[in-house]
Design a binder for this molecule. Sequence first.
Ligand code: ASP
Length: 588
Amino acid sequence: MRSHYCGELNESHVDQEVTLCGWVHRRRDHGGVIFLDVRDRDGITQVVFDPDTKESFATAEGVRNEFVLKIVGRVRLRPEGTVNKDMATGQIEVLGKELEILNAANTPPMQLDEHETVGEDVRLRHRYIDLRRPEMLQRLRFRSKVVNTVRNFLDENGFLDIETPLLTKATPEGARDYLVPSRTHPHRFFALPQSPQLFKQILMAAGMDRYYQIAKCFRDEDLRADRQPEFTQIDVETSFMDEEGIMSIMEALIVKVFATHLNVDLGEFPRMSYAEAMQRYGSDKPDLRIDLELVDIAEQMKSVDFKVFSGPANDPECRVAALRVPGGASLSRKVIDDYTDYVGIFGAKGLAWIKVNDLSAGIEGLQSPIIKFIGEDVVSKLVDQLGAETGDIIFFGADKTTVVNEALGALRLKVAADLGLVKDIWAPLWVVDFPMFEADSEGGLTSLHHPFTAPSCSAEELAANPANALSRAYDMVLNGTELGGGSVRINKPEMQQAVFKVLGIGEEEADEKFGFLLNALSYGCPPHGGIAFGLDRLIMLMTGASSIRDVIAFPKTQSAACPLTDAPGAVSSKQLRELNIRLREQAK
Ligand code: ASP
């Protein structure tokens, strides 16, 4: 229907007759002349109708925002003084000749430039209008291009795009499953995959050598701001490659994506052990754009009278750490109180601090409610150890190690953002040498990654000291966000059984849940490993979008619903009967 997209017109098209198709972005009536800003996927062009073209002019008078039009007209330079520098097509306009209304539109529930004020529910309910916003179009276009680069890179490196089932058996990645009842097998359920993990490993057992998939994953968990119940992974697996090989090719993939689409050179990614990341940043996904670090000060605090510090300093399950923040002495009492509330979210019982108002004045130059409790000597030593300078504030954490890491780790990010200490750079890294397991709330162990990750030690060593075993897992982190994670896998049934055992999964349960995997491992499964990247998060980071929902065409809300379709919805009693399902009263 069209000869050009609206956004592509420029001075080179002057005097050409063009046919445009698109939506009325804005309509202005200027004393006998009608201006229509016509919008399509590529941009906006101004079309002018004057009363000389009688019929079209009359039609133009009747159009409203979001009507769909077909326009034939001639491109001309805009008259002197009316050039719009802020508009890509601002040098030209189209003098409209023919105008056809392809479809009318009701008054939209939101104008396109009102998206910030209408509330996200309206945007999601009328997503077809929200997605017409140039910003949204741009992000989805960007996403499509990135996926294309990813596919090309993986294809060039010998990875095969292979689909794996969505109706399947539970694949544990630490969340609840979405279940689908089977009609043909009464009382039985499929699970939607939390990831294609087991299938991709089986593809390696099958000799496919290198696999990838842009894969949908489903996880029924309590949603946080940057999570979706249904999300997309760039899922990769490869045989006969160790962690070095896998990390190097996957790093090259991400470097290529950033170079191609943002013209950014990410350079070589540094490596950091999990232990070091926790020690220095209180996080396994450290944001290296921020220089602030946690420093252990338990030694100094062991014999102070102040129990709040000396208690944890003498307890091996606890940590006492300090965070020095340059420029923080200017923080008001109110802000420090807010930070105290903030670290409370992570279980910290308080937030001690020392302001260094004037280093040259010695103890007199310090300001803090805790100096009298820990003594001037210790304070002076601390100030030395931390290299504190005039204008700094020092925050303290003393509690269970996990509480201190989470609280000071989060405070580090918050203070840095508030004081403008986050550098405007891209800071990628690999985090390696993760523990195999972490303690769960019932005193048992759960996998830190997933149960198919290979340990760095032998099965005997694992059985003897599981809590200290390290894994062959690796995470790629960018600006404090986990972009992807993966591992070298277990490829022998004995080792897999040993891990199941540590996890408290007995042989019978292992057989029932993962018998098919154990079988596959026992018929000649090659050494293999892989990774999965969160595509939505990658695009969110690259586009600077503030919400993951802004880079997904049809996202779910925080309560895992879709306002557009009203899913999840009720089903008929006939459908339920076919599925052998009877609903019971909702638990109070
Ligand atoms: N299946 C893992 C995940 O979804 C990624 C991997 O180990 O490849 O996190």
